[in-house]
Design a protein around this ligand. Structure first.
Ligand code: PLP
Length: 358
């Protein structure tokens, strides 16, 4: 029997086209064929990131680059903006990397506000800040454009922005925002298999990195920059994923970025309408809700494990029963990746059935 379809917020289902793209003949990573493959994806990736800087390909999950970013830019002290499981984890990782770190902590379900960020950066204590754009555990989308305006007042503060679950679902323009590091893992919004991360870094971040001597090798920004000039990666990359990335980037450009944003907006609104209709509530306040997933408060105290088991057995699909300390108190529905009106309609009908019968 085939496995159930994933409606969890990552990893998400991969398409047949992606599946096919993964299984192509192997090439050497120092060959002309590889350079051709690598360079053919760069224009599309730059367009997706909204940057003229090179987009780096890392063979790791997002955390590899997240840890690497800390090791490349933090010299004095980093401010970790914490609002959920992923953003909170940055603080732990900062300390494990031996960095001085503080938190700007808000309650799970709330966004990071520009005022709070400004107040903390005004202390002058920090030379780096970590921000999660779309907190996947709580479904909160923080106001990145406004936060970036605050960051512009503090040019010595290097910003590291995690766009794992928002990338390509809402507009994010790296160059216009003036942020320093933007990263994502490919298994969420891009609907590729886990195992690869993409990132870009500003000139300012490179300059900072040059002052740090213990930034290691595998995630060294300067190694990536130097190799990118030759259309290569520092070490042997996950070549099947790069084939799949090419296929996905071509697909996104064919759909058109505006259409892609509109599709996510529409599918997300369909899920929101279902939440309202069922009498559930959202964890995130209005105006700060993710467009790629929905985190629903279990205010009706539904038996979530029973619902999830019912969906799997009767509808061959999986939703998520909450993450970290809000497991059971919330559930999450993903509309990221390749979902369509048809697939979300099917999902919502299945949810109606499950909440009525399970
Ligand atoms: C999933 C996720 C991560 C971690 O990704 P890995 O691929 O497990 O390293 C980090 N940040 C956010 C916002 C995520 O959703």
């Amino acid at each position: 029997m085939s496995l159930p379809k994933l409606y969890i917020p990552g990893p998400v289902n991969i398409s047949q086209a992606t599946n096919d793209a993964l299984v192509q003949p192997m090439i050497g990573h120092r060959s002309k064929d590889f350079q051709k493959l690598y360079s053919s994806i760069q224009p599309g990736l730059k367009q997706l990131f909204g940057t003229t800087r090179p987009v780096f390909i890392s063979t790791s999950s997002a955390w590899g680059v997240m840890e690497g970013a800390l090791r490349n830019v933090v010299t004095k002290k980093v401010l970790n903006c914490c609002k959920g499981a992923f953003s909170d984890k940055w603080f732990d990782v900062s300390k494990r990397c031996g960095k001085q770190a503080d938190t700007l902590q808000v309650e799970w379900g709330q966004p990071i506000t520009p005022e709070a960020l400004d107040q903390r950066l005004a202390t002058g204590e920090y030379d780096a800040v970590t921000l999660v754009h779309n907190e996947t555990s709580t479904g909160v989308l923080s106001p990145l454009a406004e936060l970036a305006e605050v960051l512009k007042k503090y040019p010595h503060v290097i910003s590291i922005v995690d766009t794992v679950s928002s990338f390509s679902t809402v507009p994010i323009n790296f160059d216009e925002l003036g942020i320093d590091v933007q990263l994502l893992g490919v298994q969420k919004a891009l609907a590729l298999p886990p195992g690869m991360a993409l990132f870009t870094v500003s000139q300012r971040a490179l300059e900072r990195a040059a002052t740090l001597e213990d930034r290691g090798y595998y995630f060294d920004f300067h190694e990536f920059e130097k190799n990118a000039e030759k259309d290569m990666t520092p070490s042997t990359p996950v070549i099947p994923h790069i084939y799949a990335l090419k296929s996905k980037v071509d697909e996104i450009l064919k759909e058109g970025l505006k259409n892609r944003f509109a599709r996510h907006e529409k599918l997300n609104a369909m899920v929101h309408a279902w939440v309202d209709k069922q009498g559930f509530e959202f964890l995130a306040p209005e105006g700060y809700r993710s467009k790629s997933l929905t985190c629903v408060k279990n205010n009706k105290e539904a038996d979530l494990p029973a619902i999830i088991a019912y969906l799997r057995a009767n509808h061959h699909l999986i939703i998520d029963g909450g993450y970290g300390k809000i497991k059971g108190k919330t559930f999450r529905i993903s509309n990221m990746g390749d979902e369509t009106e048809e697939s979300i309609t099917t999902l919502l009908a299945a949810l109606d059935d499950a909440f009525a019968k399970a």
